[in-house]
Design a binder for this molecule. Structure first.
Ligand SMILES: [Zn+2]
Length: 244
């Protein structure tokens, strides 16, 4: 009898159906686990809304599910971003959302998600939004997204003739500069920073925070002198207007 049973098991294992069934089961299990994880995060977001969100600047910034490091990085960046720009964002009803994952459920229907952070303003939202998904580099990402906000309120200055000309002249060095200091390859970086708006936002971040790493910043100024002058003049002019 034992032998007979063994044969039956062997037969069963030899048939492909058992493997198909197992595969289908595993696929269902994966979908189920992904769904329940997403649901759990969504519920956490609901819970965070009334109880745990830290408020700063009255109703300006809402902090989501992020580590203390991420929160601190964001707050640190605000010290170096021009006050008038932060206030402008505040007056426009802007919010900053900090989350430790880009898969965190979002309250608005945002069509495009980027890996580390995102600036969003337009049809689907009443007020500008900044999303930060990466706590480790939150300081820099925060400044970068405020760069997109600056670009936005200037009516896409990054596409102006003057800026496009600077981009053509100097962004190549900018990409190499990153490649040499990053684990990311040139092809990944050129994807991320080869558009006018990304060059604008990232250079703005360097302009605000660059002095924190003087050696790197002086190399950047040395190799991208005209973009640096552009931001120097633009922000000096806007500082005067913005503070009146
Ligand atoms: Zn960007």
């Amino acid at each position: 009898m034992n032998k007979k049973r063994k044969t039956r098991i062997e037969k069963c294992l030899a048939s492909p159906e058992i493997y198909y069934s197992l595969l289908v089961f595993l696929m269902f299990l994966c979908v189920f686990l992904a769904y329940t994880t997403y649901q759990a995060r969504a519920e956490r977001w609901e819970m965070l809304q009334p109880r745990e969100l830290v408020k700063y600047h009255e109703n300006l910034f809402f902090y989501g599910d992020i580590s203390d490091e991420g929160l601190q990085g964001h707050l640190d960046s605000l010290v170096y971003i021009p006050d008038w720009l932060v206030n402008h964002f505040y007056n426009a009803g802007g919010n900053v959302y900090l989350s430790d994952t880009m898969f965190f459920p979002q309250p608005n229907n945002i069509p495009e998600r980027r890996a580390w952070g995102m600036f969003w303003a337009g049809n689907d939202v009443d007020a500008p939004e900044i999303w930060i998904y990466q706590d480790r580099y939150a300081k820099f990402i925060s400044a970068h997204e405020f760069g997109h906000y600056l670009d936005f309120i200037l009516g896409t200055a990054s596409e102006s003739e003057a800026f496009v000309e600077l981009f053509e002249k100097e962004h190549e060095f900018f990409l190499r500069f990153y490649e040499e200091r990053s684990v990311l390859s040139y092809s990944v970086l050129s994807n991320a920073f080869s558009t006018y708006d990304e060059y604008f936002a990232e250079f703005f971040a360097w302009y605000c925070l660059g002095h924190l790493n003087k050696n790197l910043y002086s190399t950047l100024i040395d190799k991208c002198p005209e973009t640096h002058v552009y931001f120097d003049e633009l922000l000096t002019k806007l500082e005067i207007i913005g503070n009146h």
